[in-house]
Design a protein around this ligand. Structure first.
Ligand code: HEM
Ligand code: FES
Length: 749
C-alpha cells in the first residue's frame, strides 16, 4: 500500500482544505485504495464512482447514514436513553423496498409541482436582500443562505415554521454524528443533541398527524404511512423526519455558500453572470461540480467486486468521493478549472446518480439560481471580504461556516435605477439545456490547409485563456441551427484552438458558410472542449490511422505521443496530396513516423498488413470514413477488446421515418418507470419526456454520451460508437438512435 493511502485522513489536512486536490494522486495512480485510518475503501475516479452509484445491488447504500466514527459505549448509552432508533429512510434503503417507497413519494418533486415554489423563494430572498443592501458588509450565511433554504425546506415538508430555531441546532449535531469524528467527550455532547433531535422529530410527526389534511411532503408521507404502512413504515417516517432536514436544508445552504465563494473568487465568471443572467443555470451546475456541498457518499459491497482494477471483498465499505470524480480529467476536460461555459457540467456527481439520485435536486437548483440572479442583479459590485474560512470537519458535507462579503452601498445600482429592485429572470425548473451553453470565440487566423480544407485559429473574445484540452478532444462550432464538431489539432501549448474544416458539398451548408464568410475577427460560438476519443497512455505502442480530414485528432495524438516519447506510427490516406491537410507539419514534426498514401498516385493503405503486424499490447487509433473503420473492426475482431479505438467524422442517415419504424416499450429499472417510445420518437426523447436527465451530445449515434445500460431485450444498434463485440455483449446502447428490435420490449438500468 502506498504511503499516501496510509496517510489519508478525511477529517484533517489536505482533504479538509480541498478534497479533489487531496485525491489527485489517487486519481492518477491508485483510483481505489484502502484507508486504514478510516476503515473504508476510497474511490476517486469519475467512471468508478458512477459505476458504484449505478449498481445499487452489488454496492448497497445501507451504510449511507451510518455513524462513520463508531459511537463510544457511553455515547450509545446516552442515545439509548432517548429511544434513538435511526433506521432506513430512502437514501440508505435497499431494493426492492427503496424503489417501491420512492415511487409512492415521488410526485411532490416533479418539475411541474415545483414551478409554484419559485415565487416563494424569490420573495424570501428579496426580503433578506432588502434587509441588508444598505449595510455594505454582511456574513451571507447568517443573513440569507442559512435561513432561506431552511424555511423553504420546512415549507416543502409541511413542518410548522415556528420550529426553525430548534431545527438549526440539531442539524449540525446530526451531521457530526453521521459524518464527523467527534472526540469521546464531544460524542457525549453530540449524542445528547442527536437524542433530543430524535425525540423532537417524533413530536413534530405527532403534531403533523393531528392535522391530517396538512400540506407538504411529510404530511403526504404520513398519509401514505396510514394507507400503506408496509411500504411507508413507521420507522421510515420517524427516521426520514430527522434525515430530511439535513438532506433538504444543509445541502442547499452549503452549496449556495460555496457558489458565492467560488464565483467571487473567479471574478471573470461573476462579471459574465452579472452581464448575462442566461448563464446562471449552467453557472450553478458548474459550481455544484467544482465546489459541491456533498463531497463524498457511502456504499457497501454485498459480494466480492472488482473496481478500478482492485478486488474488493464482500462487506467492503466504500467512500466514493464525488468531489474528486467531479474534477477527474478523464471525464471533464481541464477538470480542475472553474468554467461556467463547460457544456457537460451537469454530469457532475454532487446529486449522486442512478436509482437514489437526489430527489430534491431541482429544488436545490431552483434556490441557487434565484439567490444568484437576485444578488448579481442587485449587487454586481459585491466582493469577498478578507477572512479565514472555517469548515465543520467531516467526510461529506462541505461549505464554509461563514461568508463575509462587502460592497459600497453608494454604488448600489438600484439607487439610480429602482426598477432593478424587482425584475428578475425566470428559469424553468430542471437541468439546464446544453444547447444554450457556448462560449464566444473570435477567429484570429484563417489558413488554407489543403484543397477544400480551411484552417481556423480561435481565441476567447475577451482574450482570456481557453480551457486546456487533451489529444482527441473536439470543440463544437455553433452557427444558428448548424452545430458541428471539429477535432482540436493545434500544438498543445498554443494559446488558441486550431480546427480544420472540410468543405462538405453535400452538407447542411454550415461548412460552406464557414469557408465563405469567416475572416480574422469573425465572432463564433464554440461548445466544449470535450473528449470522446481519449488516448490510453498506458499502451505499449501506437498505430494511428487517418483517412482524409480524420487526420485532425490523429495529429493531436501524434503530438502527445511525441511529447511522451512513445513509440508510434501514423498511416495517413487521402484522395490526393493536394487534398490532404497538414502534410508539411507532419513532415516537420513527425517525419520518421509518417506513411502517406495518395489514391491519385495509386498508393493504398494496407490495413490487413497494419493490423497483422501489430505488436503485442499496442493500440490502434483511427479516424476516417465509415468504410475504413468497419474494415479495421473486421480485421481486429479477434484482438483483445481494448485494441481498436475509433472516431467517425460522418454519420449515416438521420431522422426517423414513422412508416419504417416500430413503436416499442422500455422498462427503466432504476427509476421504476415503463415508457412507450412511439415510432417517430427516439428513446432519448421518450426518457427525457418523463423527467429523467440523460446526457446527449451529437444525437446522431456518434459521440457515446447518451449510452444506457441494457438489462434485457434485443437491440437494433444504429450508432457508430459501439464495437462489434460490445454489440454482441448486448449490455449497452445509444439512446439517441438505437431502438428495440421490431417493436419488442426492452429493459434498461
Ligand atoms: C439524496 C445531494 C438537495 C432530498 C441525495 C443524495 C445526494 C444528495 C448526494 C444521495 C444520492 C445517491 O445515493 O445516489 C443533494 C445536494 C443538494 C440536495 C447536493 C442541494 C444542493 C435536496 C433537497 C431535498 C433533497 C432540497 C428535498 C427537499 C433528497 C432525498 C434523497 C436525496 C429524498 C434520497 C433519494 C433516494 O434515495 O431515493 N441528495 N441534495 N435533497 N436527496 Fe438530496
Ligand atoms: Fe451522441 Fe447519442 S448523443 S451517441
Amino acid at each position: 500500500m502506498s504511503g499516501l493511502a496510509a496517510a489519508f485522513d478525511p477529517f484533517e489536512g489536505p482533504y479538509q482544505v480541498d478534497p479533489a486536490e487531496a485525491l489527485r494522486w489517487s486519481r492518477d495512480q491508485l483510483p481505489v485504495f484502502y484507508s486504514p485510518k478510516l476503515g473504508y475503501w476510497i474511490v476517486s475516479r469519475y467512471d468508478d464512482i458512477k459505476s458504484v452509484f449505478r449498481d445499487n445491488v452489488l454496492y448497497s447504500p445501507r451504510n449511507a447514514l451510518e455513524k462513520i466514527t463508531p459511537a463510544t459505549p457511553e455515547a450509545m448509552k446516552v442515545l439509548a436513553s432517548y429511544g434513538y432508533a435511526m433506521n432506513r429512510t430512502l437514501v440508505n434503503e435497499d431494493e426492492p423496498a427503496h424503489m417501491e417507497r420512492r415511487r409512492v413519494l415521488l410526485d411532490h418533486f416533479m418539475p411541474e409541482n415545483l414551478e409554484a415554489k419559485q415565487e416563494m423563494v424569490r420573495r424570501l430572498t428579496r426580503e433578506k436582500i432588502d434587509g441588508f443592501i444598505d449595510r455594505g458588509r454582511v456574513d451571507l450565511v447568517e443573513e440569507m443562505l442559512y435561513e432561506v433554504p431552511l424555511t423553504i425546506a420546512l415549507h416543502f415538508l409541511g413542518v410548522p415554521e415556528d420550529e426553525i430555531e430548534r431545527m438549526r441546532s440539531f442539524a449540525v449535531a446530526h451531521a457530526v454524528n453521521t459524518w464527523g469524528r467527534p472526540t469521546p467527550e464531544q460524542q457525549i455532547e453530540v449524542a445528547h443533541a442527536v437524542g433530543r433531535f430524535w425525540q423532537y422529530a417524533g413530536e413534530v410527526i405527532e403534531k403533523m398527524r393531528a392535522d391530517p389534511d396538512g400540506e407538504g411532503w411529510m404530511h403526504y408521507t404520513i398519509r401514505k404511512n396510514a394507507e400503506i404502512p408496509e411500504i411507508v413504515t413507521d420507522s421510515y417516517v420517524h427516521s426520514m423526519m430527522m434525515a430530511i432536514i439535513v438532506a433538504a436544508h444543509e445541502t442547499t445552504s452549503l452549496a449556495s455558500t460555496n457558489m458565492f465563494k467560488t464565483l467571487l473568487t473567479h471574478r471573470d465568471a461573476w462579471e459574465d453572470v452579472c452581464a448575462d443572467p442566461s448563464l446562471i443555470p449552467n453557472a450553478v451546475e458548474e459550481c455544484l461540480r467544482y465546489a459541491g456541498s456533498m463531497v463524498a457518499w457511502r456504499r457497501e459491497t454485498t459480494a466480492p467486486a472488482q473496481l478500478g482494477g482492485v478486488e474488493l471483498p464482500a462487506g467492503a465499505k466504500l467512500l466514493i468521493v464525488q468531489a474528486s470524480g467531479n474534477q477527474d480529467e478523464r471525464h471533464f476536460e481541464d477538470g480542475d478549472k472553474f468554467d461556467i461555459y463547460r457544456d457537460n457540467a451537469v454530469e457532475h456527481l454532487t446529486f449522486g446518480y442512478g436509482s437514489h439520485q437526489c430527489l430534491g435536486k431541482n429544488i436545490g437548483r431552483l434556490e441557487m439560481r434565484i439567490f444568484l440572479e437576485e444578488m448579481s442583479r442587485r449587487l454586481p459590485h459585491l466582493r469577498l471580504a478578507e477572512q479565514e474560512f472555517t469548515y465543520l470537519p467531516n467526510t461529506s458535507f462541505r461549505g464554509p461556516n461563514n461568508l463575509w462579503v462587502e460592497w459600497n452601498p453608494e454604488q448600489n445600482p438600484e439607487r439610480a435605477n429602482p426598477a432593478l429592485r424587482r425584475g428578475g429572470v425566470h428559469f424553468p425548473v430542471g437541468a439546464p439545456l446544453r444547447k444554450e451553453i457556448a462560449r464566444k470565440v473570435r477567429v484570429t487566423a484563417v489558413r488554407r490547409e489543403a484543397d477544400g480544407v480551411l484552417g481556423l485559429t480561435l481565441e476567447d473574445v475577451r482574450g482570456r485563456p481557453l480551457p486546456r484540452w487533451s489529444a482527441g478532444a473536439h470543440g463544437e462550432l455553433c452557427l444558428g441551427e448548424y452545430e458541428r464538431k471539429y477535432s482540436l489539432c493545434g500544438r498543445p501549448d498554443a494559446p488558441g484552438y486550431d480546427v480544420a474544416i472540410l468543405l462538405e458539398e453535400q452538407g447542411r451548408g454550415g461548412s460552406r458558410y464557414l469557408h465563405e464568410v469567416v475572416r480574422p475577427g469573425t465572432e463564433l460560438k464554440l461548445r466544449g472542449p470535450n473528449n470522446l476519443f481519449r488516448l490510453d497512455e498506458s499502451a505499449r505502442g501506437y498505430v494511428l490511422v487517418a483517412g482524409g480530414i480524420g487526420i485532425t485528432p490523429i495529429l493531436a495524438m501524434a503530438d502527445r505521443l511525441k511529447m511522451l516519447g512513445r513509440d508510434y506510427v501514423i498511416h495517413y490516406a487521402g484522395r490526393s496530396r493536394a487534398s490532404m491537410a497538414f502534410l508539411a507539419r507532419l513532415e516537420s514534426d513527425h517525419g520518421g513516423h509518417v506513411r502517406i498514401y495518395s489514391k491519385q498516385e495509386g498508393e493504398r493503405v494496407d490495413l490487413p498488413a497494419i493490423v497483422g503486424s501489430l505488436a503485442e499490447g499496442a493500440q490502434i487509433y483511427a479516424c476516417g470514413p465509415a468504410r475504413m473503420i468497419r474494415a479495421l473492426e473486421d480485421l481486429s475482431a479477434e484482438l483483445p477488446g481494448n485494441t481498436l479505438h475509433f472516431e467517425h467524422f460522418s454519420a449515416q442517415g438521420s431522422g426517423l421515418d414513422p412508416e419504417q419504424e416500430s413503436a416499442f416499450e422500455v422498462e427503466l429499472m432504476d427509476s421504476g418507470l415503463t415508457v412507450a417510445v412511439a415510432a417517430d420518437t427516439t428513446l432519448l426523447e421518450a426518457i427525457r419526456a418523463v423527467g429523467i436527465d440523460l446526457a446527449s451530445d451529437c444525437c446522431e449515434g456518434l459521440c457515446g454520451s447518451c449510452e444506457v445500460t441494457v438489462l434485457e431485450g434485443e437491440i437494433d444498434h444504429r450508432d457508430l460508437v459501439l464495437t462489434r463485440s460490445e454489440r454482441a455483449e448486448n449490455r449497452r446502447m445509444m439512446a439517441c438512435c438505437s431502438r428495440a428490435k421490431s417493436g419488442g420490449r426492452i429493459k434498461l438500468a
